[in-house]
Ligand binder design. Sequence first.
Ligand code: UDP
Length: 245
Amino acid sequence: MAERFLDIPVDPVDSEGALAAVRLAVGGQRRPLLVIAINPEKVMKAQRDAELRDFIEQAGLRIADGVGIVLASRLRGGAVRSRVTGVDLMLLLIEEAAAQGWRIYLLGAREEVNEAAAAELQRRYPQLVIAGRRDGYFAPEQGEEVAAAIARVNADILFVALGSPAQERFLLAWGDRTGTKVRMGVGGSFDVLAGRVPRAPAPMRRAGLEWLYRLYREPWRLRRMLVLPVFLVRTYLHRPDRARA
Ligand code: UDP
């Protein structure tokens, strides 16, 4: 059962649990799966954005991206125990795709970034089948055509890196048309893969301090990160048990 943060659901799964859900969807034992990574910023944004809320409600798997959600859950004795970041889950799915022969599609980012991300994945996983890829700079009217092209190459897993809210809009409107079994919005992950945005050193990542590294690299993120304390206080005060009382 999902745990709600300011009424936004997050599924208490670790990366193994997330992978298990994806296996069922790719195997056809459950309906196509929409995956979204939820962080405090998204929870706060969803408070005033009905479209985003709708998208989150429709997603079959909502992973806890970042320490904020885990911390909030701990503070109130909730069930979300581990963080599964979007980039980590994407890499885990790609590793599994390479091992199982699942076909992936990479949609989004600038053409050179998309191409470099695909090349990097192919270098890391020589057996990986990249069924197709294309950049993310197309007009909304081209959505159906883009989705039809994805359907033609029989991709199993679709990674969409168009940024928000474009990737959510594309997936809501055309996700089914792509014929894919698993669909996941991955934001700026292709830029990370292409080496355009370095990730934090491993020890920092393990300590849950990736946000600190990003702040150091991109100080303008401070404004966005300031939602964290607000989020923690509000979720603590708005515990579901209190809401029922
Ligand atoms: N992007 C795209 N098409 C667009 C606008 C953006 O493919 O029309 C890509 C952009 O190149 C980047 C990715 O979307 O690779 C994510 O951008 P950003 O990190 O700004 O999005 P966020 O996840 O923070 O919303």
